[in-house]
Design a protein around this ligand. Structure first.
Ligand code: UD1
Ligand code: CA
Length: 513
């Protein structure tokens, strides 16, 4: 009878993950930004299985939350081994779940094509089971695959239960199998836990099937890394390294330039357009999308952000932001969530922005903080300008309309609005709205004290009539009653002494380009 080529997947993910020494369930540790269980589920989805069951235990609620509606979660209350985990799933199977693809949730490097090939082998061979095997230079930790004279698979022996001779075998079990449901469960019911770990091993099913005269066919993975199991932090780092190279290779095949793929960290699912070049030590994370012809890095970290075409980001952090075509960011900028740069806009050196929009062609080139700001088009914000958006209780907005020119070191005491084409004087603390086309300036008049350089401490002593030996009071502090000598500081409101020159308030402001 021809088999229905339909598959139900069972993912084993209930292990304690003891060796990770973590409060997070092992299968939720991320590989290139995605929890490894979800990476496995992504691969499975491509096979279009009838259903996917995930056997969870440790942190089952977290697993359920991560999995969402992509799979059904079954809880294995007591973790008695991989065989027991599969038995836990049995009551949840439907009558049409005839062929079961069973795999471990800790093998994130498995590819859809290998899963496809394995299930193809299962259906075409007519065997009772098919399994994936790996040939490893160092097989330690894995179950060894024993083959008979004719090369047929006979059994899997766990390392802890293996003799020296068996341990020398370098072909191992990848923990990916396809079974016929009735064969699997009738064998599993015979499996016991009389082994070194005291667990019910799924691997014992292989031997049992053979004893009953059944046939188990094996597919040897072309790339042994595919079956790599992650049990420790070191293995997680290794799996991530392999995945990283895979991600980067795929992007390069699609026309993305990556100067050094070994030090470029791109999460699974990130999209990058053609002819974009990514320089070393760059991280593209989460749901980030980068357009064509961009220059990213070195040293950029871009998280959950969307970049248009021709964007340049150097040595900067960009989170939950949108950068339209032709923007330029950095070096050393921090764009925090809610930043939006319009076409050709610039956030330059040591610029921080948060919840702010910058219109097309506007520039914030140096040393500024823009928080809760709405900046129009064609605006230039001079160096060192800052939105004072927080009054200790609430955040307030700053609006800078199209074509405004902001003098360097302008403080915007929000809420405040700078009208269209308005100007602010350098060094001004702007607390009132500036109408369109007007100049807003807030600056104390400058004083000039002639001959300051030539003055010696003895002159000051003489001027203050201090007896020799008495200490001078600190600069700027005068004993009460003393009169200021000519040319010295005068209290506010006093007329400038002769010789002082102050520019007219609101003399042409300058930006700090
Ligand atoms: C298992 C295989 C071994 C194989 C290796 C490949 C068995 C007995 N051994 O060993 O032959 O070479 O994988 O990586 O199957 N799990 C449960 N419930 C449990 C125990 C485990 O769901 O009660 C899950 C784990 O979460 C894990 C998977 O099953 O995802 C494998 O378990 P693990 O303990 O990692 O088995 P290994 O010792 O790696
Ligand atoms: Ca494992």
């Amino acid at each position: 009878m021809k088999r229905k080529r339909e598959i139900t997947a069972v993912v084993l993910a209930a292990g304690e993950g003891t060796r990770m020494k973590s409060s997070l369930p092992k299968v939720l540790h991320p590989v290139c930004g995605r929890p490894m269980l979800l990476v496995v589920l992504d691969a499975l989805q491509e096979l279009k299985p009838r259903r996917i069951l995930v056997v969870a235990g440790n942190g089952a609620d977290l697993v359920r939350e991560a999995v969402g509606d992509t799979a059904e979660v079954v809880v294995q209350e007591r973790r008695l081994g991989t065989g027991h985990a599969v038995l836990t799933a049995e009551p949840h199977l439907e009558p049409n779940d005839e062929n079961l693809l069973v795999l471990a949730g800790d093998t994130p490097l498995i590819t859809p094509s290998t899963l496809q090939e394995l299930s193809g082998l299962f259906f075409e061979s007519g065997a009772e089971a098919a399994m994936l095997t790996l040939r490893l230079p160092d097989p330690s930790g894995y179950g060894r695959v024993l083959r008979g004279r004719g090369g047929e698979v006979q059994a899997v022996v766990e390392e802890k239960d293996a003799s020296e001779e068996v341990r020398a075998v370098d072909e191992v079990n990848a923990s990916v199998y396809v079974f016929r449901r009735p064969d699997l469960f009738s064998c599993l019911r015979e499996v016991d836990n009389r082994n070194r770990k005291g667990e019910y091993y799924l691997t014992d099913v292989v031997g049992k099937l053979r004893e009953r005269g059944g046939r188990v066919v094996a597919l040897l993975a072309g790339d042994a890394a595919e079956g790599m199991g992650v049990n420790t932090r070191a293995e997680l780092a290794e799996a991530e390294r392999q995945m990283r190279l895979r991600v980067n290779r795929r992007l390069m095949q699609e026309g993305v330039g990556i100067t050094d793929p070994t030090v470029t960290y791109i999460d699974l699912g990130v999209e990058v357009g053609r002819d974009t070049v990514i320089f070393p030590f760059t991280f593209l994370q989460g749901s980030t999308r980068v357009g064509e012809n961009c220059r990213i890095g070195p040293g950029a970290r871009i998280v959950d952000s969307t970049l248009g075409d021709g964007v340049v980001v150097q040595e900067s952090v960009v989170r939950e932001s949108v950068l339209e075509d032709g923007c330029s960011v950095g070096p050393y900028a921090s764009l925090r969530p809610g930043t939006r740069l319009g076409k050709q806009a610039k956030a330059g050196t040591f610029v921080e922005m948060k919840n702010s929009s910058v219109g097309a062609g506007s520039k914030v080139p140096h040393l500024s903080y823009m928080g809760d700001a709405e900046i129009g088009e064609g605006v230039n914000v001079g160096a060192g300008s800052i939105t004072c958006n927080y009054d200790g209780e609430k955040k307030h907005p700053t609006v800078i309309e199209d074509g405004a020119f902001i003098g360097s070191d302008t403080m915007f005491i929000a809420p405040v609005r700078i009208g269209r084409g308005a100007v602010t004087g350098a060094g001004s603390a702007i607390s009132k709205d500036v109408p369109p086309g007007a100049l807003g300036v807030e600056r104390a008049p400058q004083k000039i004290i002639e001959g300051w350089k030539k003055r010696k401490p003895s002159d000051t002593r003489r001027l203050r009539k201090l007896p020799p030996g008495e200490k001078l009071p600190p600069r700027g502090k005068q004993p009460p009653g003393e009169k200021s000598p000519p040319g010295e500081k005068s209290p506010p409101g006093e007329k400038s002494p002769p010789g002082e020159k102050s520019p007219p308030a609101g003399k042409a402001p300058r930006d700090g380009r």
